[in-house]
Design a protein around this ligand. Structure first.
Ligand code: ZN
Length: 321
């Protein structure tokens, strides 16, 4: 572990014991940066909880290596790749134990590698932080129009989160209620009344010039809005939407190739064609048309051409007045 109170920039590794078929006494070394400026709040910024989501880790790595700590107010604790095993293996889940880092909170100090890293974040980092930013993208199977995600929680934390979310400047700021929130980092942070902000910044297991530029510039704007840097004028607009309940997501009925009929981020009216499912291995099945369940914006489409039965193939977010 590194000292979190040293002035200026400190970097190092946090080591976790691991034991696998190929390495009996392995040390998993998790990169960590701590940037200290003048007295002020602490923000924990994390990326790479899932190993096939790249915008967050790259934006955090850029921030860690370029931010001038003479201009910094407060402290930034930066973890570019929380699930370093999955990131380096190119997988969503931890290869060693098959667990999902973003369903492993609050963690377990006596558990597997994923559970122990989650426990360390819960016990050592969240309590010393005022704000927690957890940057995700869609991974292989989903592709999101770049969005900042907020849970609707009462009180001051939500107001701070909303200002910082809009400052990021993603095309969409999304209010969301998640079915599995209890086992995510979000629950740990919100139970302590702290500010929680998450994102979906792209997907399909790729990283593009456009999304990485937005992630890098947006993270700087968000950090400024959280009180760490003098705020710059933000000319980027973000549309506020709400994610409907998950039973309105469009889901693949069978293994098929999903061909979108519109662009990611576009607006739709109820009943508009979102795309067609093609059952290419069967001559007895005509293509199936999937339509928008309500008015809104298509903020997520299937991340790959091949969709399996039960995969989400489209999500239409509703406008917020
Ligand atoms: Zn993720």
């Amino acid at each position: 572990m590194i000292a979190l109170d040293n002035p200026g920039r400190v970097s190092g590794y946090v080591s976790f014991h691991n034991s696998t078929d190929v390495s009996a006494w392995q040390s998993i070394r998790l990169p960590i940066y701590c940037l200290n400026g003048r007295p002020g709040p602490t923000t924990l910024v994390m990326g790479g909880l899932h190993g096939d989501e790249y915008e967050g880790p790259v934006a955090i790595d850029s921030l860690a290596n370029t931010l001038d700590t003479d201009k910094l107010v407060g402290r930034l604790i930066l973890l570019p790749v929380v699930n370093v095993m999955a990131v380096m293996a190119g997988t969503r889940l931890t290869p060693d134990d098959g667990l999902n880092m973003n369903r492993a909170f609050p963690g377990n100090p006596h558990g597997s590698i994923t559970q122990r890293i989650a426990d360390w974040i819960t016990q050592a980092l969240v309590p010393v932080s005022d704000h927690v930013v957890d940057l995700h993208s869609g991974g292989r199977s989903l592709n999101f129009a770049p969005s900042i995600l907020l849970h609707e929680v009462p009180g001051r934390a939500m107001n701070v989160a909303k200002l910082a979310a809009v400052a990021f400047g993603a095309p969409f700021t999304v209010l969301i209620h998640e079915d599995h929130a209890d086992v995510m980092i979000d629950a740990v942070v919100e139970k302590l009344g702290k500010v929680m902000i998450a994102s979906e910044l792209g997907g399909s297991g790729t990283i593009t010039h456009k999304t990485v530029r937005l992630a890098t510039d947006g993270l700087s704007r968000m950090v400024a809005a959280l009180g760490h840097l003098s705020t710059q004028e933000n000319l980027v607009k973000s549309r506020l939407v709400r994610l409907p309940s998950s039973d309105t997501y469009l889901v693949s009925d069978d293994t098929m190739i999903f061909a979108p009929a519109l662009s990611l981020g576009g607006s739709v009216r109820k009943g508009d064609t979102v795309g067609h499912g093609h059952f290419l291995d069967r001559i007895d099945c005509r293509p199936k048309t999937y339509t928008a369940p309500h008015d809104g914006w298509v903020i997520c489409l299937a991340g790959q051409g091949l969709a399996r039965r039960g995969d989400v193939i489209a999500i239409v977010a509703e406008g917020v007045q």
